[in-house]
Structures are given as structure tokens and as C-alpha cells.
Design a protein around this ligand. Structure first.
Ligand code: NAD
Length: 326
């Protein structure tokens, strides 16, 4: 078998790939790790979104695996270190969905500032509460951007167009980075420094050992009273119980969450009862444009690797077994 597709994935690009290679489509496979370990044994490539956990023990079974195609950006479901040790190319179109996530983030900032979702709900329910719908302007408000990578920088450019002041927290960004100057952003060296001045805190970090629960009781307490928290990165960067506490006792003005600690959430939480909270089901990359770009890019690189050519968009190596050192 050539390519195992272990999640719900379909597109013209995948069907085209199917004309050239054997595809094993198993959209439910990610749910059963034992079956995944068995299925991955004899395939040359695997294509996943973010639900299939390609952990070290799953990859240990993948004897003939040449490539992993990640249809998306976050790599927290793939043990890239082990894949690299085993000479497996990790394909990921890192630039394909940044615009879509940045636009959703701005949508959230505007929705929170102008109470658009709850005004819509109340109006449809028959009320005409103009005073209750009073919001705030973005002009001259401060947005703190945590993670100034591809998405964070696009959020900054768009926030700038609304006249917002921008503070960045990202220890890997140097103070003289031209990207800061382009959007007139200030670099904070301490997490609390950025949290204390922000009217909006927006997170664009990868989920790593360091960033897991970075937004915890201490961080939420350091946020300005009445400020808003937006997370379109990964649910694991925030402690949901702590966030619920600071929302329900009124310290935070609201939140918008595209991602959750467990997806889909196993049970309903108090978030659903709060008018000041906006919830979406991890749709950051779900625009027609981003999905088309992402799938075409992954399928093109799958074809390249399986036909012996180097991948173009990859995380670790362009060809199987060819790490930078080798
Ligand atoms: P990126 O790698 O370009 O940027 C991440 C930034 O975070 C980098 O600048 C890095 O220096 C910084 N960073 C890393 N560790 C940090 C730390 N401990 N503290 C502060 N900054 C730190 O990634 P990106 O393409 O901008 O994507 C960001 C995240 O957004 C992804 O990792 C992914 O999890 C998430 N994402 C979500 C969706 C969605 O559908 N909601 C779609 C795409 C990406």
C-alpha cells in the first residue's frame, strides 16, 4: 500500500494522487491507536490532520514509511524527532493557512469588541437592546501577540490597520527584528509585561513542553481587568479551568476560543453558558482557499517523495534518510 489516510480527508488533489498511487482511506483510524499501529506497518506514506497521534511507538511500527503528510501546521501530534531519526520526511505546508487564521483572529477581536455574536442572538430572540450592545473601538487599544511567527506577524499587520498598538512576546525574536518595525510593535521581554498592558491577548504559539498551560492562574491574574483572551493556536497552551474562573468572576471581559484542551470537548463546560465567550470548532484553517492550498501542497510533495524527488515544503528533510547532517 502506498498512502494511508487516517482521518476524514478528501479533495480533488487527493483523488488525483489516487490515480497514481494506492490509497488506503480509513477516516476513523485515528481513534484506535492499536489499529493505527497495525495499518502503518506496511505503507510508504501517511496523510493526517491533527487527530492522528504519530507517537514514537506508532512510528516504531512504520518500517517502510518514507513520508508523513501533515495537512496543516501544528506539529504537536507528530513526534518529529523520532521521524527524523528514522529518516522519514515530514511534509507540512507551513505558509498555507496563516492568512486564514490571522483573519479569524481579527474576526474574534472585532466580535468581542463590538459584542457581535450576542447582539445577533438577542436581536433574533426579539429584543432591541442598543445600550446592552455598547462595545469599544479598536483604535488606540493594545493587542499583545504571543508568538510572532507566520500567523502572529499577519495578525499584527491587520491589527495595525485598525490603529491598534502592538506588543509582542516571543523570546526567539530579537529587538532589532525588521518585522517589529514594520508594524510599529514593541517587544516585551517578560510575559507579565505584555499581559499587564493589553486590552486583547492573542496566542499564536506552538504547543510544546514549554508553552503547555503557559496561560494559567498566574497569567490570567496578570491580565488587565476587563481585557479579552483569544486563542486560535492550541488548546493545551491554556488552563481552561483557570480561564473559566477568571471569566466567571469578571476579571476578564471575554474570550474567543477556536481550540480546546480536548477536541472535540467530551462534555459541556460553563463556557457555553457565557455570552462573553465565543467558541468555534477549530476552524482557523477552514477556508476554501487555505484548504485548497494546503491539500495541493501536501499532495504535490507526497508525489515528489514517492517518485524519488525532494519535497518542497517540509519540516525536517527533503528526501527520506537525508537529514541536514547526512
Ligand atoms: P510559527 O512557528 O511561524 O510561529 C510560532 C512562534 O512562536 C515563533 O515565532 C516562535 O519563536 C514562538 N515561540 C515558540 N515558543 C515560544 C515560547 N515559549 N514563548 C513565546 N513564543 C514562542 O507558527 P505559526 O504558523 O504562526 O502557527 C502558530 C500556531 O498556530 C501553530 O503552532 C499551530 O498550533 C496554530 N495553528 C492553528 C490553526 C487553527 O486552525 N486554529 C491553524 C494553523 C496553525
Amino acid at each position: 500500500m502506498d498512502i494511508l489516510i487516517s482521518e476524514e480527508l478528501d479533495s480533488p488533489a487527493i483523488r488525483k494522487l489516487g490515480e497514481k498511487y494506492q490509497l488506503l482511506r480509513a477516516p476513523e483510524l485515528w481513534k484506535t491507536p492499536a489499529k493505527l499501529r497495525a495499518a502503518i506497518h506496511n505503507v510508504r506514506a501517511v496523510m493526517v490532520r491533527n487527530q492522528t497521534q504519530l507517537t514514537a511507538d506508532v512510528l516504531a511500527e512504520a518500517n517502510g514509511l518514507l513520508a508523513i503528510g501533515r495537512v496543516g501546521v501544528g506539529l504537536d501530534n507528530i513526534d518529529v524527532e523520532v521521524a527524523t531519526e528514522r529518516g522519514i520526511v515530514v511534509i507540512a505546508p507551513l505558509n498555507a493557512n496563516a492568512i486564514s487564521v490571522a483573519e479569524l483572529t481579527l474576526g474574534f477581536i472585532l466580535s468581542l469588541a463590538r459584542k457581535i455574536p450576542c447582539s445577533d442572538r438577542f436581536t433574533k430572540a426579539g429584543s432591541w437592546d442598543r445600550k446592552g450592545g455598547t462595545g469599544m473601538e479598536l483604535d488606540k487599544k493594545t493587542v499583545a501577540i504571543f508568538g510572532f511567527g507566520r500567523i502572529g506577524r499577519m495578525v499584527a499587520a491587520r491589527a495595525r490597520a485598525f490603529g491598534m498598538r502592538i506588543v509582542v512576546f516571543d523570546p526567539f525574536v530579537k529587538a532589532d527584528s525588521p518585522h517589529l518595525g514594520e508594524v510599529g510593535a514593541t517587544l516585551a521581554t517578560q510575559l507579565e509585561e505584555a499581559l499587564a498592558v493589553a486590552d486583547f491577548v492573542t496566542v499564536h504559539l506552538p504547543l510544546t513542553g514549554e508553552t503547555r498551560h503557559l496561560f494559567n492562574v498566574k497569567a490570567f491574574a496578570a491580565m488587565k481587568p476587563g481585557s479579552f483572551f483569544i486563542n486560535t493556536s492550541r488548546g493545551g497552551v491554556m488552563d481552561e479551568t483557570a480561564l473559566l474562573h477568571f471569566l466567571s468572576e469578571g476579571h476578564l471581559g471575554g474570550a474567543a476560543l477556536d481550540v480546546r484542551e480536548i477536541e472535540p470537548p467530551q462534555e459541556r463546560s460553563d463556557f457555553e453558558k457565557m455570552d462573553q465567550v465565543i467558541l468555534t470548532p477549530h476552524i482557523g484553517a477552514f477556508t476554501h482557499e487555505a484548504q485548497t492550498r494546503t491539500l495541493e501542497s501536501v499532495c504535490d510533495d507526497m508525489d515528489r517523495v514517492l517518485s524519488g524527488q525532494p519535497a518542497v515544503n517540509f519540516v525536517n528533510m527533503s528526501e527520506p534518510g537525508k537529514t541536514k547532517e547526512s
